[in-house]
Ligand binder design. Structure first.
Ligand code: AMP
Length: 618
C-alpha cells in the first residue's frame, strides 16, 4: 500500500502526488497528516521551509472540506506573493483528479478585479497575503463566516513583515470554532503569543530541535578584510563552477550594487529587492526558477517565500541584522532532502555574530579558507573537462562540419586537441589568477581591523591618517555613471586594478575616488589627455574639502581613449575588481542572446536592473 494511503489520504490524491514524485511522506507529513486529518485540533508545526509542509496541511484540507459547497471553508495566510502562488499551485496539483475544487490566490501587486471575480464565482480555499486579503474583506467581497480551517504559514515571517494587525483583523471575521494550524520556521515570542491568542491546547510538532536549522545544511564562514570582500566573494563563486545560489545583502543599495558589479564582471546574476516593480521582480524570479540566472542577489524581504529547489549555496554577503533571519536565509538551500551550503563572508569583528547564530541553530560553522588562485583554476579546469565529457552532441547538425573540423586538427594528436579545448576557457582563469593574492584576513587582523563593513575599499591607517589620496574627477551620475561604471572606467583608463581603488563618492557632475598614495602618479599618467564623450577628463587631488589642482590636471589635449563613449566599450579583461576574466560582447539591448548557466541560449536579458548586455561565462 502507498505510504500516503496508509496515512489516510485517498487514492485520487495519492495518484496525483505520485505524479509529482512524492513516494514517501516527509517527516513532517508523516507526523502531522494523521493529526490534521481528524479536523479537531489546533496545531503548531515548527518546521523549516522546504520540509514539505504545504502538503502537510494541503492534503488534510483536501480531505476535510466539502467541495460540493462553493463557499470559503479554508483560509491560508502566508507572507509573500511568491509563496501564495506556490501554495495555490501545489494545492491545484494535489487535487487535479478531484472535481469542483476551487482555490484562489489573493495577493497584492496584481489586478484585484480578477481576484474578486474568482471569489465571486465560488471558492473553497483562499490562499492569501494579509494586506490584500484585508482589502477584499473591507470591500465586503468575501464571507468567512463558514471558514473551518485557518492556516498561518510561515507565521514568523508574517510577523517580521509587520502583518500582526492585519492578521488580527482578518481572523476576527472567521468563526470562533474554526481550527487554526500554524507553521513557523522559528518560534520567537511573538509567534508564541499568536499561538496562545488563537489556539486552544494546540497539538505541537517540532521537526528537529527547536530553532535548529536543517541538518542537511553545512554552515561555513570566511574571514576577509572589508576591502577584499567582493573579490573574496567572487573567488568563492569561481571555486564553485556549478553554483546556483542566493546571495543575501543587507540593503537594497548593496543588493543593487553587488548585482551590477557582478553583471559587469560577466557573471550571470541579477538583483531582487523592493525598489524593483512587481513585474521586474517576477521577471527576475522567473529567470532564476528556470535556472537561466545563476546568482540571485537579494534582500531578506524580497527573498521571503522564495521556494526554488536545488539552490546549492546561500551566501551571506552581509550577515543579517536580525540573527533570526539567518535561519530563513539558509533555509533557502537544502530543500526537499537535498544538501546545501550556507556561507557567511565576514570580517574578524563579526565572529561574535557567528557564535550567536551557532547557538540559535544549534550547529557549528566550519571556518573555511578563501581558495587560492591555483585551487580556483584547478576547479574550473575540471568543470570544463566534465562539461566537455558530458556535452550532448547534436550528431545531425555537426555531421556536415566534421570533415572540415577533422581536417583542421589532422596534424594534432588526440592529447593536443584535448589540451587545446580545455585551454580555451582555462587560460582566462590562469591569466586572471596568476598573481592572485591571499584574500584571507591575516590572523592578527582581529586586533587591528578598524575598517568598516560597508564595502569601503580603502583601508585606513590607524590614527585616522589616510594612506590614500582622494581624487576629484569631472564625471558623475549626469554622465550615466553608476559607482561600478565609474570604477570600471577609472581602472581601464588608468590601467590600475579595481582592488586598490578606495571609496568612490559619486556626485552629479563630478565625483571623488581614492587610490593608494603610491598609485596616484599612475592615475594622473593614465588620465593624461583622456576624453569622455569628446570632453577632456580632469583629475585633481582633493584637499580638505577643496580641490587642489595638480600637474595642470588631466587637461592636456591628447586623446588616450578611443571612441569617447564609455558605455559602448567592450569587455575589459580581468574585470574591474578581482573578477575572473569573462568575455563580454557589445550589443546594447537588442538581438543576440547569452549563454546561460545551463548552457542554453536565452534571448531575454532585460531585467530589474536594466541590463541588456550579453556576456559569455566561462
Ligand atoms: P514545501 O516545504 O511544502 O515548500 O516543499 C518543499 C519541496 O519538497 C517542494 O518542491 C515539494 O514539491 C517537495 N515535496 C514535498 N513533499 C514531498 C514528498 N513527500 N516527496 C518528495 N518531494 C516532496
Amino acid at each position: 500500500m502507498n505510504p500516503f494511503s496508509t496515512l489516510g489520504i485517498r487514492h485520487d490524491i495519492v495518484n496525483a502526488i505520485s505524479e509529482l514524485g512524492f513516494e514517501n511522506p516527509t517527516p513532517i507529513q508523516e507526523q502531522s497528516i494523521p493529526v490534521l486529518l481528524t479536523g479537531s485540533n489546533d496545531f503548531v508545526g515548527l518546521a523549516q521551509t522546504g520540509t514539505g509542509k504545504t502538503a502537510a496541511f494541503g492534503l488534510p484540507l483536501l480531505e476535510l472540506l466539502d467541495f460540493e459547497e462553493n463557499h470559503p471553508q479554508a483560509l491560508i495566510l502566508c507572507p509573500t506573493r511568491e509563496l501564495c502562488l506556490q501554495i495555490t499551485n501545489d494545492i491545484k496539483n494535489y487535487s487535479k483528479n478531484m472535481t469542483n475544487v476551487n482555490v484562489v490566490a489573493v495577493y497584492g501587486g496584481a489586478n484585484i478585479s480578477d481576484q474578486l471575480r474568482q471569489i465571486k464565482r465560488g471558492v473553497q480555499i483562499v490562499v492569501a497575503t494579509p494586506g490584500r486579503m484585508l482589502d477584499i474583506i473591507n470591500r465586503k467581497a468575501i464571507n468567512f463566516s463558514e471558514v473551518q480551517f485557518v492556516v498561518l504559514d510561515e507565521a514568523d515571517e508574517m510577523l517580521n513583515m509587520g502583518f500582526q494587525e492585519d492578521i488580527d483583523s482578518i481572523l476576527s471575521t472567521t468563526p470562533e470554532d474554526k481550527k487554526t494550524w500554524l507553521f513557523s520556521a522559528t518560534m520567537p515570542t511573538e509567534v508564541r503569543r499568536i499561538a496562545k491568542k488563537y489556539m486552544t491546547d494546540p497539538f505541537e510538532l517540532t521537526m528537529g530541535e527547536k530553532n535548529t536549522g536543517n541538518v542537511n545544511i553545512e554552515h561555513e564562514y570566511y574571514i576577509v578584510r572589508a576591502r577584499d570582500k567582493y573579490a573574496a566573494f567572487k573567488r568563492i563563486v569561481d571555486f564553485n563552477p556549478e553554483i546556483f545560489g542566493i546571495v543575501f545583502c543587507r540593503t537594497k543599495i548593496e543588493t543593487q550594487e553587488i548585482a551590477e558589479s557582478l553583471i559587469k564582471d560577466g557573471y550571470n546574476a541579477d538583483a531582487l529587492h523592493g525598489d524593483l516593480s512587481q513585474q521586474q521582480r517576477d521577471k527576475v524570479m522567473k529567470r532564476y526558477r528556470e535556472r537561466s540566472l545563476q546568482l540571485l542577489i537579494a534582500t531578506d524581504v524580497a527573498a521571503r517565500g522564495i521556494d526554488v529547489n536545488d539552490v546549492t549555496h546561500v551566501i551571506n554577503y552581509s550577515l543579517p541584522d536580525e540573527v533570526e533571519n539567518y535561519t530563513h536565509r539558509s533555509g533557502r538551500t537544502a530543500r526537499a532532502g537535498k544538501t546545501g551550503v550556507s556561507i557567511a563572508i565576514i570580517n574578524s569583528k563579526e565572529l561574535g555574530k557567528i557564535r550567536h547564530i551557532e547557538r540559535i541553530i544549534g550547529k557549528k560553522f566550519t571556518k573555511a579558507e578563501i581558495p587560492n588562485g591555483f585551487d580556483v583554476c584547478e576547479k574550473q579546469l575540471f568543470a570544463i573537462v566534465h562539461k566537455v565529457h558530458n556535452v550532448e552532441v547534436n550528431e545531425q547538425q555537426i555531421e556536415q562540419y566534421l570533415p572540415r573540423i577533422m581536417d583542421e586538427f589532422k596534424e594534432l594528436s588526440k592529447e593536443d586537441v584535448i589540451k587545446r579545448f580545455a585551454s580555451i576557457e582555462f587560460n582566462r582563469f590562469l591569466e586572471y589568477y596568476k598573481n592572485a593574492p591571499d584574500l584571507n584576513a591575516p590572523a592578527d587582523d582581529r586586533l587591528r581591523d578598524d575598517r568598516g563593513e560597508r564595502g569601503e575599499r580603502a583601508p585606513r591607517a590607524a590614527g585616522g591618517k589616510s594612506e590614500y589620496t582622494r581624487l576629484f574627477i569631472n564625471l558623475g551620475s549626469v554622465d550615466d555613471f553608476s559607482r561600478g561604471d565609474l570604477l570600471n572606467y577609472i581602472c581601464n583608463t588608468a590601467k590600475i586594478s579595481g582592488r586598490i581603488v578606495g571609496k568612490i563618492d559619486l556626485k552629479g557632475v563630478f565625483s571623488f575616488f581614492e587610490v593608494p598614495n603610491e598609485e596616484s602618479d599612475k592615475v594622473f599618467e593614465g588620465f593624461k589627455g583622456a576624453e569622455f564623450n569628446g570632453r577632456p577628463v580632469r583629475i585633481e587631488v582633493s584637499g580638505e574639502g577643496t580641490s587642489e589642482r595638480r600637474e595642470g590636471g588631466g587637461n592636456r589635449d591628447f586623446k588616450r581613449r578611443e571612441g569617447g563613449s564609455y558605455s559602448g566599450g567592450g569587455r575589459r579583461e580581468g574585470g574591474y575588481s578581482g573578477g575572473a576574466p569573462r568575455e563580454r560582447r557589445e550589443g546594447g539591448n537588442s538581438g543576440g542572446g547569452f549563454r546561460d548557466f545551463s548552457g542554453k541560449r536565452r534571448e531575454d536579458r532585460s531585467s530589474g536592473n536594466g541590463g541588456g548586455e550579453r556576456r559569455r561565462r566561462p
